[in-house]
Design a protein around this ligand. Sequence first.
Ligand SMILES: [Zn+2]
Length: 174
Amino acid sequence: MPLAVTHVLLTIIVVDIWRDYFTKHKRYVTMHTLFLAGVGGLLPDLDVPFNIAANWMGMTLPKLLQHGGITHTPFFALLFFIPGYLLWKKRKHRMAMYFYVVSFGILFHIFLDWFLGGGSYEGIMWLFPFSLQGFKVHLLLLVGGGNIPSALDAVILLFWLWHEEMKHKITDFI
Ligand SMILES: [Zn+2]
């Protein structure tokens, strides 16, 4: 249930903080990398428009292609991680980083859906393709959902604005 803004911004914030304070590969992380991290953070929900389009055409998709299906599994993230790893080995570091952050964005998305509530009712299939068992905490649904997702959106947006403001103030001094 986390909304699009939460998914996109939170992924960008985490990657941005990681870039600013934790990685020694900073030069491989460009503005494009941050953009793609945001895209990756929303990518699993591609199954939503996909299903709407299918419904328009009068089709019902198999369960794995429905919302919260295969795009909400670590397996889907792995599909981006592997090319990233191969590119990194070939010393195409910037390109590899694009795939890594998309892969991270997907994992982070399904973590949020698992923890806060999102994807399919049954939960996240962490073990796919070995098992179709779903797992969930769905914290927001437990505490009664309501306006929390929108509030979360607002808080994250403000936090991000504040972080950007602080960062630029700091760089002004350097
Ligand atoms: Zn989702």
